[in-house]
Ligand binder design. Structure first.
Ligand code: AMP
Ligand code: MG
Length: 479
């Protein structure tokens, strides 16, 4: 399909006018293509040759608006660092509609009704980060929004420094957030809360449409998807950085990439967001924050669903839904096929040992994939190997209970523990070069993030330990 043949659907616009505002994109000056993503183009049946069509840049820049498309921004609210903000909304994002169930948005297209005194723009650095990381997460098997393309421009923005403005075209099966529900709950617009719930069930939980007690089941599934998502974040070492309820996807996806980070050395208390002085969104607290956010969602849904039933489900989250989701992913990471009553202890001990060892999280697990009883390769990674030495005694015992051969286990682990992830220092380098007009590293990082589990000898440098002075880079929200 060529760009002029794309047809968009806009079911969201059948909702009441309070759900959105029609918006006119404000184009950037001298826009140019930075990257086009062949993989996501296929999702919307877009010919990959359209990369070279100048209309693609115009589509992202908003100077080409396909016929029948009326760009709009969505209204939502949210708890930001624990404080309720009654109206947020897409302050810098406009929606075009959906193709094959993928809702397309441009981020950085100028002011909207929801911009709240900000400029509606996105700077080049944060745009590159979102563009690359959302795709990297997908290829790691972690539910995420996606990205189709990114453009740069000569429009200047005032941030911490003067930055070029950019626009990312993102796509997702849903852009609805916990905060979308909060908006209609706190404005007491319960009829609209109900139409939003029906809309979201049709969009992201269609199998529940004909079910009895479908609203409660919907809440349960949101909770379960969220638990699984956070378990995957914890296992890979992803720190979101701004888990406000407006940044929590109702479809259980990683959404709104800001000052995120992948752990360098494993540290429970790692905070990736400079603005988060109290560490509300530290790495180790993410499962608890998700629980808090789900509790806020249950409150917003309380006009539609029995509170006690939701509370029971929330209790289950803490008691076994989240723990089981986490244990499942960690078992896979450790290459364990069978289940053992001691696995919880094995995992808890591992996490404590990692925390105390000063060791790169990703490289540790990748090295564990090839573990054959010889401990030196692991010890060499750690500043303090003693805690891991003790843990490996437990692991050796546990492996004896497995029926799979060592080769089979290693093969499975190599497909579970990535060799390549995007660390902040790599993204930083790509951004420094991009500011000089060199986008080659954006291309390189895009390439390696599509092959996280492969051996790519050419890109070995990206699988090494983070240089000491570049570890634990912490970013701020303003971008
Ligand atoms: P975030 O936590 O980055 O997802 O953003 C929180 C809220 O601030 C959302 O409503 C955004 O649309 C809005 N926002 C962030 N940056 C800008 C900006 N430069 N202009 C307008 N709105 C913004
Ligand atoms: Mg957001």
């Amino acid at each position: 399909m060529t760009l002029n043949n794309l047809t968009f659907q806009t079911d969201y616009l059948t909702l009441d006018g309070e759900f959105y505002d029609f918006t006119t994109p404000q184009p950037l000056e001298s826009p140019y293509l930075i990257h086009f993503n062949d993989t996501t183009a296929k999702l919307i049946d877009l010919d990959t040759q359209e990369k070279d069509n100048p209309l693609f840049v115009s589509l992202l820049n908003g100077t080409y608006v396909p016929k029948d498309v009326r760009p709009f921004s969505m209204c939502y609210a949210g708890y930001q660092f624990g404080n309720y903000a009654p109206r947020l909304g897409d302050g810098r994002t406009i929606n075009l509609g959906s193709i094959n169930g993928w809702h397309l948005q441009t981020k950085g297209s100028g002011e909207t009704l929801y911009s709240r005194m900000s400029d509606g723009r996105a700077a080049l650095p944060s745009s590159i980060r979102e563009y690359l990381m959302s795709e990297a997460m997908y290829h790691l098997g972690i539910p995420s929004t996606r990205a189709l393309g990114i453009i740069g421009s000569e429009t200047k923005l005032l941030r911490n420094n003067i930055e070029d403005a950019a626009i990312v075209m993102r796509l997702s099966p849903s852009w609805i957030r916990f905060g979308s529900f909060e908006y209609f709950y706190y404005t007491k617009a319960y009829d609209k809360l109900k139409s939003l719930t029906d809309y979201v069930i049709a969009e992201s939980y269609p199998h529940l449409q004909q079910e009895e007690d479908s609203y409660f089941k919907f809440f349960c599934e949101v909770l379960e998807r969220t638990a699984k998502l956070i378990a995957q974040w914890q296992a890979i070492g992803f720190c979101h950085g701004v888990m406000n309820t407006d940044n929590m996807s109702i479809a259980g996806l990683t959404i709104d990439y800001g000052p995120f980070a992948m752990l360098d050395d494993f540290k429970f208390g790692f905070i990736c967001n400079k603005t988060d002085k109290a560490g509300r969104y530290s790495y180790g607290d993410q499962p608890n924050v998700a629980y808090w956010n789900l509790t806020m969602l249950s409150k917003a849904l309380s006009p539609l669903i029995d509170k006690e039933k939701m509370q029971q489900k929330l209790d289950d989250y803490g008691e076994f839904i989240y723990p089981n989701a986490y244990i499942d992913v960690m078992r896979k990471k450790m290459g364990l096929l069978s289940e053992d009553t001691q696995d919880v202890k094995l995992i808890t001990d591992l996490v404590e040992a990692l925390h105390d060892s000063y060791i790169d999280n990703t490289i540790f697990f990748r090295t564990l994939c090839r573990y054959n009883g010889e401990r030196m390769p692991i010890f060499e990674l750690a500043m303090n190997p003693i805690p891991l030495d003790n843990w490996l005694n437990l692991y050796d015992e546990r492996l004896k209970k497995e029926t799979r051969s060592q080769e089979e286990r290693q093969e499975a682990m190599l497909k579970t523990n990535p060799k390549y992830i995007l660390k902040n220092y790599m993204l930083d380098k790509a951004i420094t070069l991009a500011k000089e007009g060199d986008f080659s590293m954006v291309e390189t990082l895009h390439h390696i993030s599509k092959h996280p589990y492969d051996e790519l000898p050419e890109y070995e440098a990206f699988a090494q330990e983070t240089p000491e002075e570049l570890k634990n880079i912490c970013l701020s929200c303003s971008s």
